[in-house]
Design a protein around this ligand. Structure first.
Ligand code: CUA
Length: 268
């Protein structure tokens, strides 16, 4: 019975894995119950009219039409329910996702830049120092380039990953951008998505509450490869995440130092 009552489950929406996702599913449930009530109500009204105003009982057309105000009152009722849905449910959810970054910053969130490009995603992590290198978009030299200024010391331990790895039970702030056209970064099990717009880093945040391996997908038609534009996302334990991030950061730092050494040698 509960399966029947949960529209979000019944409609085939994947299981929720984020802290706020339950509220999104709840809103989906309410909206669908409301639409179901409207569907049943209008269908019954339609059948009632077919029966009540059938030609056999009404040989002569009425030139006055309806004289009572029942339908107006019903319309007002629908408007009130819709206003409650918008102001009472949708706006608070939206506000929490878009206007709470100062609060989220205080909770030691994981920060990652997401660079969308035709047709994949790159992830830019701040590395061991927790600071992103300066971003200079004029330095772009390939699709999906995170555009880290090589002269900024904060960027020397930054690392790039082809998969999004996040620790469980910790807030994550993702900065979404693109190097070519407009994409949309969407993680359905996390109930979150954000447009990826060239030239801008737009934040979104959520908290994974269970470990999983899933896909992040592009939610905006962006070219012939759109349907294949998906990336792997893994939610792992905090310990596994720290070990992985540390290792990646070290490897990228060493690679950079070696490249610098080679450059210095070549100059001599
Ligand atoms: Cu990128 Cu669709």
């Amino acid at each position: 019975m509960s399966l029947l009552l949960n529209w979000s489950t019944w409609l085939g929406i994947p299981e929720n894995y984020s802290d706020h996702g339950g509220n999104v599913d709840h809103l989906i449930d309410i909206v669908h119950w409301f639409m179901f009530a409207l569907f049943v109500g209008w269908t019954l009204f339609f059948l009632f009219c077919l029966w009540k105003f059938r030609a056999k009982n009404n040989p002569k057309a009425s030139y006055h039409g309806v004289t009572n105000h029942v339908s107006s009152h019903m319309e007002i009722g629908v408007v009130i329910i819709e206003a409650v849905l918008l102001l009472g449910f949708a706006f608070p959810l939206w506000w929490e996702r878009t206007d709470q970054f100062a609060e989220v910053e205080k909770t030691d969130p994981v920060k990652v830049r997401v660079i969308a490009y035709q047709f994949a995603f790159n992830y830019h992590y701040p590395g061991a120092d927790g600071k992103f290198g300066r971003i200079d978009r004029t330095l772009v030299n390939s699709a999906g380039d995170p555009c880290i200024d090589p002269n900024d010391v904060n960027g020397h331990d930054d690392f790039i990953s082809g998969v999004l790895k996040l620790p469980v039970d910790r807030n994550a702030i993702l900065q979404i951008t693109s190097t070519d056209v407009i994409h949309n970064y969407s993680i359905v099990p996390m109930r979150i998505q954000q447009d990826a717009i060239p030239g801008r880093d737009i934040p979104m945040w959520f908290k994974p509450i269970k470990k999983l391996e899933t896909f992040a997908i592009c939610g905006q038609l962006c070219g012939e490869g759109h349907a294949n534009m998906k990336g792997t996302m893994e939610v792992v334990s905090q310990k596994a995440y720290s070990a992985w991030a540390e290792e990646q950061s070290k490897a990228f730092l060493e690679k950079r130092q070696e490249a610098d050494k080679a450059k210095a040698l070549a100059k001599k």
